[in-house]
Design a protein around this ligand. Structure first.
Ligand code: NAD
Length: 423
């Protein structure tokens, strides 16, 4: 049986990719058309105007979004990004992927995502605080510990979460540490949260290398994006013995055949704001990084960077998706045909939401776990999820992405069947 998509989307967009992955899974699982239609659209979404008084007294208006894709397995969970080009369709796609990610690693959450169309690099800290608080207050009752729990994403950080937590708490007259995750440690953030996405990625990258028999040979890696996910991934991969030969950011890339000194590079980025100009490597273009002959390519920046136009030139043996949606469906098919193993985003970058869940659980218990406890539980969940997806993929001959999506969609579908349709 094949399900039929009933909602038009822009071809080539992240939303088109997310819907296509869902329809493939729904066809494979033989979901009925009604359930597929429910899963293919968001449960709730909100678009808000966010007026910002600039430091010079002028006012600019920014558009903000929050999409709750699914709430069947628990409250909604997902990051908030500050990025000038963010739009409702991008947020819808990211919210849907959050639903599958949470279900895949078996967290009691649905999926959500949010965004504000703003370039954080062009604003003072005071302006970012005002825009964050206004956005959070516009979302009002939409968010909260048992409704929808934001976390950092592109262009936001622990401080952004602290402002949201304070805005929600002040509005309701109580302190609600469980209303966000990825908070600063001093406000109840979890030990291990800052590097959790990168550590989860490293764990599955090492599993994938091991499945290809490459681990003993000092494998090589290239990492696109040197932000919260990419910088940590480069450092932890290097710590695990992988030779990280290239990294990039939006300004350019650096390459060193013998491996980059990632800690020195992190210090360079702290001082200059970019990986370019780093003395410990040669300059490279961001596009060339994606086509290097390496064992692992880890895209950790934005959506759609591996596409029909460059997928045939990718020489990596394994792609580990730190970013959400970095590979278009066309590129996915090309890479598959060329025998490149793609570890999909909903598995590869799930470490962040797993430790977010630990942070939320700690806030609900009013108790703090040690960093060793956090890391052990993260390793357990990532390894277990990898094994489950990898084994099922070997058994069925389907790709890791098709397998992971099908496992996740089936879990969400089961929750729908058990709850029934109201009224
Ligand atoms: P970030 O803002 O901290 O870093 C983004 C990095 O990507 C920066 O170094 C930026 O310069 C770089 N970049 C942007 N455009 C680029 C381009 N065209 N080419 C090369 N580099 C480019 O964001 P982040 O939190 O690290 O998120 C990165 C990705 O990981 C996003 O897709 C996000 O949704 C996903 N993700 C993040 C988390 C998390 O915990 N932060 C969890 C899961 C998934």
């Amino acid at each position: 049986m094949t399900v039929t998509a009933s909602i038009p989307v822009v071809a080539g967009s992240p939303l088109a990719a997310a819907r296509r992955q869902l329809s493939d899974a729904a066809t494979y699982l033989e979901l009925d058309q009604g359930l597929y239609d429910m899963l293919s659209r968001p449960r709730r979404e909100m678009t808000v105007s966010v007026p910002l008084r600039r430091d010079d007294g002028t006012i600019t208006i920014h558009t903000g979004f929050r999409v709750q894709h699914n709430l069947s397995r628990g409250p909604a969970k997902g990051g908030i990004r500050f990025r000038p080009s963010v739009d409702i369709d991008e947020v819808r796609a990211l919210a849907m992927w959050m639903t599958w990610k949470c279900a895949l690693v078996d967290l009691p959450y649905g999926g959500a995502k949010g965004g504000v169309a703003i370039d954080p690099r062009l604003h003072s800290r005071a302006e970012l605080e005002r825009v964050t608080r206004r956005y959070a207050s516009e979302l009002g009752e939409f968010i909260g510990p048992d409704r929808d729990i934001p976390a950092p994403d592109v262009g936001t950080d622990a401080q952004t979460m602290a402002w949201i937590m304070d805005t929600v708490s002040t509005g309701r007259g109580v302190t609600l540490p469980a209303s966000v995750t990825g908070k600063p440690l001093g406000l109840g953030g979890s030990l291990g949260r800052a590097d959790s996405t990168s550590l989860g990625l490293t764990i599955v990258a090492l599993e994938a290398l091991s499945s290809h028999g490459l681990l003993p040979y000092r494998p090589t890696a290239a990492v696109q994006g040197f932000g919260k996910v990419g910088a940590g991934a480069a450092r932890l991969l290097a710590d695990a013995g992988v030779r990280v030969v290239a990294v990039s950011d939006e300004y350019g890339a650096v390459y060193a055949a013998g491996g980059l000194d990632i800690r020195a590079l992190e210090e360079h980025v702290r001082l200059t704001g970019t990986v370019t100009g780093f003395g410990g490597g040669e300059p490279l273009t961001g596009a060339a990084l994606l086509e290097l002959r390496v064992d692992v390519l880890a895209p950790c920046a934005i959506e759609g960077v591996l596409h029909a136009g460059n997928a045939r030139r990718v020489q990596a043996r394994i792609v580990v998706e730190g970013a959400n949606g970095p590979t278009t469906p066309e590129a996915d098919a090309i890479l598959r045909a060329r025998d490149v193993l793609v570890v999909p985003d909903i598995l590869a970058n799930a470490g962040g939401v797993i430790v977010s869940y630990f942070e939320w659980a700690q806030a609900n218990q009013a108790y703090r776990w040690t960093s060793a406890e956090v890391e052990e539980r993260l390793r357990e969940r990532m390894t277990e999820s990898w094994r489950q997806v990898h084994a099922a993929s070997l058994r069925t001959g389907r790709s890791l992405r098709e397998t992971a999506t099908a496992i996740a969609v089936e879990r969400v579908a089961e929750a729908h069947r058990l709850r029934g349709l109201y009224p």
